[in-house]
Design a protein around this ligand. Structure first.
Ligand SMILES: C[S@@+](CC[C@H](N)C(=O)[O-])C[C@H]1O[C@@H](n2cnc3c(N)ncnc32)[C@H](O)[C@@H]1O
Length: 297
């Protein structure tokens, strides 16, 4: 692992305070990529209520400064899940877009589905196994480096069998577009990246956004910094970074993770590691005999 800070400087401490105050002070157009996952108001230690109205209120209050600080041609990525109660469920990207669709300086470029294999088991609805990322570009042609995030072709040896390109490989030899459905393990208890923060997103998710949506050396900003995941992704990819969090405890977690990054001791799941597929030979993959009737259904 190499730390590729363009300016060779030390990683900045997150600003320990309210992001709204920081955003108000930041210069217009200074950020290449705004990337964040805000509180969902779902009962975490940092949520001040369980009311989705407070989610709307917070997003509305920082929306104008959030898009103002992104440079023309820069990008903004909001990673959100659902606000869930017994009786109903609200996709929080609906709420985010409700706020940002009125902003004519930005355009929604993708609604990415982030899917993962683990989570709580629902009894009264299908278990939730995805969240969303809304990617907005500032202006009509924002930065996008597809080549930086290509993934292996399913059939790399496939060739055209007729027509003028007969015999040539049909797919891009550098890999294919990763699509708008991303399969990246979420950070649950046994994930190598898990810290005491209750709601981290994985480094690989932030890393793909950083690679595709910001230039090397550009400034990445996360107003809800949490355990510092966006900053780690930015650092790994040679971008500069600024983050904020109201919690002193979470800022300390982020600082410790940056320190581990610099000493090459940070545990993390590499962005190109394939999703583990059971071979069927593991003891836990075998169907116990008293479950056998299910296979005959
Ligand atoms: C969903 S978590 C972000 C987690 C982060 N993406 C990570 O991977 O660790 C939201 C964070 O926002 C912080 N927060 C809540 N209100 C804030 C505010 N007004 N300003 C800055 N941070 C805030 C919380 O302390 C929490 O760490």
């Amino acid at each position: 692992m190499s730390i590729n800070r363009p300016d060779g400087g030390l990683f900045p401490r997150p600003v320990n305070g309210d992001c709204a105050a920081l955003l108000a002070e930041m210069a217009s157009g200074c950020v290449d990529l705004f990337i964040t996952s805000p509180p969902y108001f779902m009962g975490k230690s940092y949520d001040r209520s369980y009311r989705v109205e407070d989610f709307y209120k917070d997003v509305r209050s920082i929306a104008p400064d959030s898009s103002r600080i992104v440079r023309p041609g820069g990008n903004m990525a909001w990673q959100v899940g659902y606000h869930v109660t017994d009786s109903h469920l609200l996709p929080l990207d609906f709420a985010v877009h409700d706020v940002f669709r009125a902003d004519e300086s930005i355009n929604l470029r993708n609604r990415i589905i982030w899917q993962f294999g683990h989570g709580t088991h629902a009894k009264r609805r299908f278990s939730g196994r995805h969240e969303m990322i809304l990617w907005y570009g500032k202006g009509s042609d924002s930065y996008f480096d597809l080549d930086a995030v290509r993934v292996p072709q399913k059939y790399p040896g496939k060739k055209h069998y007729k027509g003028p390109r007969k015999g040539e490989y049909s797919g891009n030899p550098n890999g294919k577009n990763p699509s708008d459905v991303w399969d990246i393990p979420n950070v649950k208890a046994k994930h190598v990246e898990k810290t005491a923060h209750p709601c981290q997103f994985p480094i690989a998710l932030a890393q793909r956004l950083v690679r595709a949506l910001s230039p090397i050396g550009g400034l990445v900003f996360d107003p809800f910094n949490g355990s510092g995941t966006s900053g780690i992704a930015a650092c790994l990819e040679g971008r500069q970074f600024l983050g904020a969090d109201t919690s002193t405890e979470f800022c300390e977690i982020a600082v410790e993770r940056y320190r581990q990054l610099q000493t090459e001791t940070l545990p993390y799941r590499p962005i190109d590691r394939p999703i583990l597929q059971p071979t069927g030979k593991e003891a836990v993959a075998k169907t116990p005999p008293h479950f056998a009737f299910r296979e005959q259904d």
